[in-house]
Ligand binder design. Structure first.
Ligand SMILES: *Cc1c(COP(=O)(O)O)cnc(C)c1O
Length: 433
C-alpha cells in the first residue's frame, strides 16, 4: 500500500465524503481490509464494526459463501446491459424476492441504489394515477422524521428539518407531512393520531398519489420505533381514500427488526416496496422496487404503457448473484435466533447507559441498539472514545447507535456496549459530566 500519509493527503484534496465539506475537515480512518465483524486499519489496528457499513453487511465481511458467489459470477460475466437481454442471476433474484415478500408483490424493478429504488417507487405511484386518468394525484404524504434517500424526490419526503428542506425550497416537490408516529414498538396505535391521517387524506385525496413510510423503524431520520399497528391502519386508510401505499424497507428488510421484513410484524402488504442496503449483504450497490400486479397492470394500460426508467447497470449480474447468495445464506440458518440473541445482548449491554447524565433514552429492537442523548453528540469525541475501545461507531445528531452483523459474537457485542457507554460519556459533552 502507498504511504498512508500520502493517501490521506490525496483523500483530503480530491475525495468528497458523505455529508462532508471539501476539503475534508475530520481525518477519516484508512481501512486496509475487513473480515467477519472487524475492520483492519492501515496501521494494523482492528476495530469491531458496530455499523455493518450502514446496516448492509448483515453477514459480516469476506463471508466465504458470498465471496464464492462473487468469484463464480466474475468467471462468467460481471455485467451485461439489461435492455433486450436477461440473465439467470436477475431472474433467480427477482423470483426469490417475490417468494419471500408479501404475496401481492409480484414484479421487481432493479436499480443501483436505495435512493433510486425510492425514485422508481414514486414514479410508479405517479404513473399509476396518470394511467388511471387522474394526473392531479401526484403528491406523496408521509410522517415527519423519515429518511428515504438523497436524490431529489426521495429527499422531498425526508424529514423537512433533518433533510434541510429550507435549502431546496425552490426545487423540491411540496409533499404533505404529518407528525411522526407515536413512539414504541409495543404501544397501542393512538386513535387520535390516526384521525390526523384520516383528515389529511380526506383533505388532500385529489392531489395524493401515495403514502410513503418506513415501516416500524424510522432509520437515518432518527432511529425511532413505532407500533406495527400503524401499518394495518395505514393500509386501511390508503384503500379508503384511494391512495397507494409504499413501504420503504431499505433499512428494515432482511431481518434487521426481528421479522424478515418489518411489514411482516403486522402481516400487511404495501402496493409498492423498496429494498436495498442489506440485499447484497453489503457487498455491492443494488436495490429493488417491487409492486403488485394491480399497479403494474394500471401503469401499462396508460398513454405511455411502459415504466420509463432504465439504469445503465440495471440488474447487474455480479450484484444479483451476491444478493441471491446472501438471501439464501440468511434463510438457510436460524436467523431469527441470531437476531433475538443480538437483541438480548444489546438490551443487557445498553441498559446501564440509560442512567448516565446527558442520556435521554436507550432503545433496542431486533439487531438495532440506540442511545439517544439529551443534546447533539460531540461526534469526534464520541467516535474517538469508541475507537480507543476498539469499536467503530458513527453517531449522528443526538444518536449513538449500532446495527451489528447477525453473526457478531457475545463478547464483541459486550465490547460494542462498553464502547457505546464510553461514547455516550464522551459525546454528551462536559456539561453532562
Ligand atoms: C439508506 C436508505 C435509503 C437510501 O439508500 P441509498 O442506497 O443510500 O441511496 C432509502 N431509504 C431508507 C429507509 C434508507 O435507510
Amino acid at each position: 500500500m502507498r504511504d498512508p500519509a500520502e493517501l490521506l493527503a490525496a483523500d483530503r484534496a480530491h475525495v468528497w465524503h458523505p455529508y462532508g465539506p471539501m476539503p475534508g475537515s475530520a481525518e477519516p480512518l484508512l481501512v486496509r481490509s475487513a473480515a467477519g465483524v472487524r475492520l483492519r486499519l492501515h496501521d494494523g489496528r482492528e476495530l469491531i464494526d458496530a455499523m455493518s457499513s450502514w446496516w448492509a453487511a448483515i453477514h459480516g465481511y469476506r463471508h466465504p459463501v458470498l465471496d464464492a458467489a462473487a468469484h463464480r459470477q466474475l468467471d462468467s460475466m460481471s455485467h451485461v446491459m439489461f435492455g433486450g437481454l436477461t440473465h439467470e442471476p436477475a431472474i433467480e433474484l427477482a423470483t426469490r424476492l417475490v417468494a419471500i415478500t408479501a404475496e401481492p408483490l409480484r414484479h421487481v424493478f432493479f436499480s443501483d441504489s436505495g435512493s433510486v429504488a425510492v425514485e422508481v417507487a414514486a414514479k410508479m405511484a405517479l404513473q399509476y394515477w396518470v394511467s388511471a386518468g387522474r394526473p392531479g394525484k401526484c403528491r406523496l404524504i408521509t410522517w415527519r422524521g423519515g429518511y428515504h434517500g438523497d436524490t431529489l424526490h426521495p429527499m422531498s419526503v425526508c424529514d423537512p428539518v433533518g433533510g434541510m428542506h429550507s435549502l431546496w425550497q425552490s426545487t423540491l416537490p411540496a409533499q404533505v407531512f404529518l407528525d411522526p408516529p407515536p413512539a414504541g414498538f409495543d404501544a397501542e396505535p393512538d386513535e387520535a393520531y390516526l384521525r390526523q391521517w384520516d383528515q389529511a387524506l380526506a383533505e388532500h385525496a385529489d392531489s395524493l398519489a401515495a403514502i410513503i413510510i418506513e415501516p416500524v423503524v424510522q432509520g437515518a431520520g432518527g432511529m425511532r420505533f413505532c407500533s406495527p399497528g400503524y401499518l394495518t391502519a395505514l393500509r386501511e386508510l390508503a384503500d379508503r381514500h384511494s391512495v397507494l401505499l409504499i413501504f420503504d424497507e431499505i433499512a428494515t428488510g432482511f431481518g434487521r427488526t426481528g421479522a424478515l421484513f418489518a411489514a411482516d410484524h403486522a402481516g400487511v402488504a404495501p402496493d409498492i416496496c423498496c429494498l436495498g442496503k442489506a440485499m447484497t449483504g453489503g457487498y455491492l450497490s443494488m436495490a429493488a422496487t417491487l409492486c403488485t400486479s394491480a399497479v403494474a397492470e394500471q401503469i401499462c394500460r396508460g398513454p405511455v404503457p411502459v415504466l420509463a426508467h432504465g439504469p445503465t447497470f440495471m440488474a447487474n449480474p455480479l450484484a444479483a448473484a451476491v444478493s441471491l447468495a446472501s438471501i439464501d445464506l440468511l434463510l438457510s440458518q436460524d436467523w431469527q435466533a441470531s437476531v433475538s440473541r443480538i437483541e438480548a445482548g444489546l438490551r443487557r449491554a445498553l441498559a446501564p447507559i440509560g442512567a448516565l447524565p446527558g442520556v435521554r433514552e436507550v432503545r433496542v429492537l431486533g439487531a438495532i441498539g440506540v442511545v439517544q442523548l439529551a443534546g447533539p453528540v460531540d461526534v469526534p469525541a464520541a467516535t474517538a472514545a469508541a475507537v480507543e475501545r476498539g469499536v467503530w461507531l458513527r453517531p449522528f445528531r443526538d444518536l449513538i447507535y449500532t446495527m451489528p452483523a447477525y453473526l457478531m459474537g457475545d463478547d464483541d457485542l459486550a465490547a460494542v456496549g462498553a464502547a457505546m457507554e464510553a461514547a455516550a460519556r464522551a459525546g454528551a459533552g462536559p456539561a453532562a459530566g
